[in-house]
Design a protein around this ligand. Structure first.
Ligand SMILES: [Zn+2]
Length: 656
């Protein structure tokens, strides 16, 4: 009797089956929109900052004024720190060793020369933005090297900004006039010098075709006449900020007229050429919709689109009814909230009205999504108004695919609705409609791919399950074979039974290789191995103890072979559905998105918004979504922006 020492070693479960998780899953796509951030910060603070950068800031430039030839030592001119009650967070310091009386005296002299009271003008030391002194919004800031003449010059600028009458002057004329005033005031002369009037500084723009800035415009000066506005606009033309202007939607003499002129003056700036803004802004009694548009040649137009803020039909009165209707209409998984937020009836009515602009072929992309109201969103440090997550993911060896379809909207998605709108007279809507449709664009461009990628991930999970099953059966077969190998057999039975033992061992090794690579070639080898084994068995006498001892091993090995045949089928099915999904991709983009990319690239069409431009070309879906949303929400703008791209959408090319 002898003991067979050859032990069968199990193979490790292959690290990955023929269907690997890497092949099953699209990178997680989390996309959103960040205009919010811009809109948040573009408020007063940013407008302030933009104003600071404006050329109409009045300043003393060291290159144009020599220093050190003044009769008075500036240290004797008192500058005191007046903590402005109306300005937060700004600190300034008084100069050392100076007395308030000197400044009061200089203020009085400038007031006398110009006839404009500058006695209350704040004068402080601080950041003069690289100049010796600056005056902004009738507030004088002195740098460390400011002279007495500088102070008088800046006070003259304050007078120009406060003047309610007199000629509107351009930048150069304002500087010359301020110097004339300062010279007389410093010398103590009593001659009168007309200060002139400084036009309002413009708010700088970003130059994108459609501006989503939510700007709060300052009110027109009280008592200003239409002639005042036209004089200021003429200065804007003279200085090249615009080449012409017009207003529409009002009749001459309408009370809204001056608000349109005021908007033009505030926004007139070369950086806005080729750009459009839709603002909800004061038009006197209450707010109205004003579109300000600058054509590529610098001609500005302000149009009164509506005499009230845009409204949304109150389709439902209760949030529950509205969310039930949205779920039913778009076959959503559900409507819900997170992080202490939930959908209000107003927000849901906006969703209903915005999504009502989608065609059935577009809206079908929403099927299966969870609609989530959240507090805030961000990605890579960028604040987002909305975010769409569409993921079908399978981890290595996992037997369950992750399937996610979620659209989120943050507080910020709705935050600008009282400051800006989108559309024209016939279709004006709250600004939030832009992001509400933008996010649908993500679901839409990915839908054909997602629809086949989801089952591909499920098939890959099934293949992984088959692989796990086959591996478990392999271990059971190994165990049975090893148990038989350790058995003790009569010498003559062992001699005649040895060929069957060898055939079982060799078949098991062929099956292990088949498990590692479940393909047709290994399948053929496995079939041959099991046939060879069975053929050997028929040559051995039935009563042979080795044959009897191998009975369980043979049964387990048959089960292993059967499991491998199932693994082969599952792997082939997974590979086929993966190929089907891959066919709908072009590189990392879906084919639907790629068609858009190819078109805008060939036609050299620029992104319509700053957000789209920021993400182009690295994240082309953002360009697509912004274009899709503007095409839906503001077709009049879209036709001016790109008639070619409008025709592309109108013809349904995005649906292919
Ligand atoms: Zn996006």
């Amino acid at each position: 009797m002898r003991n067979l020492t050859q032990e069968l070693k199990p193979i490790q479960q292959p690290k990955s089956t023929a269907v690997r998780s890497g092949g099953t899953l699209p990178r997680q796509s989390r996309e959103g929109n960040s205009i919010l951030h811009l809109q948040r910060t573009i408020g007063n603070q940013a407008v302030q900052r933009l104003l600071h950068a404006n050329a109409e800031d009045l300043e003393v430039n060291s290159s144009t004024l020599a220093t050190g030839h003044f009769a008075h030592d500036f240290s004797r001119i008192p500058v005191y720190h007046q903590a402005p009650a109306d300005e937060e967070g700004k600190t300034s310091a008084s100069l050392d060793g100076v007395q308030a009386s000197g400044l009061r005296d200089l203020r009085a002299r400038v007031s006398r020369v110009t006839g404009i009271d500058v006695g209350g003008v704040p004068v402080e030391t601080g950041d003069a933005r690289g100049k010796r002194a600056v005056t902004h919004e009738a507030r004088v800031t002195l740098g460390s090297e400011a002279t007495e003449h500088d102070v008088a010059h800046e006070l003259a600028h304050a007078a120009q900004q406060r003047a309610f009458s007199g000629a509107w002057l351009g930048a150069d004329a304002l500087e010359r006039r301020a110097d004339e005033v300062a010279t007389v005031a410093v010398s103590g002369g009593s001659a009168a010098v007309a200060a002139g009037r400084a036009p309002t500084a413009a708010i700088l723009g970003t130059g994108d075709p459609y501006s989503r800035e939510a700007i709060t415009l300052t009110q027109p000066l009280a008592g200003a006449t239409v002639k005042d506005f036209k004089d200021q606009l003429q200065l804007k033309i003279d200085s090249g900020d615009i080449t012409g202007y017009s207003i529409s939607g009002v009749k001459a003499g309408d009370p809204q007229e001056m608000f349109l002129y005021n908007a033009l003056i505030l926004l007139a700036n070369k950086q806005r050429w080729g750009s459009e803004l839709d603002l909800v802004t004061s038009i006197g009694a209450g707010k109205g919709e004003v579109t300000v548009r600058f054509d590529a040649a610098g001609k500005a137009e302000a149009r009164l689109v509506g005499k009230s803020a845009p409204t949304v039909p109150a389709a439902f009165a209760k949030a529950k009814d509205a969310s039930d209707a949205i779920v039913a209409k778009y076959k959503l998984a559900k409507v819900t909230g997170e992080h202490g937020r939930n959908w209000t009836i107003d927000d849901l009515n906006k969703v209903l009205a915005a999504w009502g602009r989608l065609s059935p072929a577009e809206a079908v992309a929403l099927e299966g999504y969870v609609l989530i109201r959240t507090d805030k969103l961000s990605q890579n440090g960028e604040s987002l108004q909305g975010q769409t997550t569409h993921t079908d993911e399978l981890k290595q060896r996992a037997t369950q695919a992750t399937h996610l379809r979620e659209i989120r909207f943050a507080d910020s998605a709705f935050a600008a609705d009282d400051k800006s709108f989108i559309g024209d007279a016939a279709d004006a809507a709250p600004a939030s409609f832009e992001i509400l449709i933008h996010e649908v664009g993500h679901a839409f461009e990915a839908k054909p791919y997602d629809d086949v990628n989801a089952p591909a991930a499920v098939d890959a999970a099934k293949a992984n399950q088959s692989a796990a099953t086959a591996h478990a059966v392999q271990l059971a077969a190994n165990k049975a074979i090893n148990a038989a190998l350790r058995g003790k057999f009569p010498k003559q039975d062992l001699a005649s039974g040895q060929p069957l033992l060898n055939a079982v061992l060799s078949a098991q090794k062929v099956f292990q290789a088949f498990e590692e690579s479940p393909d047709a070639a290994n399948d053929a080898l496995a079939k041959k191995a099991i046939a060879d084994r069975d053929a050997v068995k028929t040559t051995i006498a039935m009563g042979n103890k080795v044959v009897i001892g191998l009975a369980t091993a043979l049964t387990e090995q048959d089960a292993y072979f059967a499991a491998l045949e199932k693994l082969l089928a599952a792997s082939a099915a997974a590979a086929a559905s993966r190929a089907k999904a891959d066919a709908l991709k072009s590189g990392s983009n879906t084919k639907r998105l790629q068609a858009f990319i190819d078109f805008v690239t060939a036609e050299k069409i620029q992104p319509p918004t700053a957000y789209a431009a920021k993400h182009w070309p690295a994240e082309p879906a953002e360009f697509f979504d912004e274009a899709f949303s503007l095409w839906k929400n503001d077709p009049a703008f879209f036709a001016k922006y790109s008639s070619k791209l409008k025709a592309w959408f109108d013809a349904g090319n995005h649906l292919k």
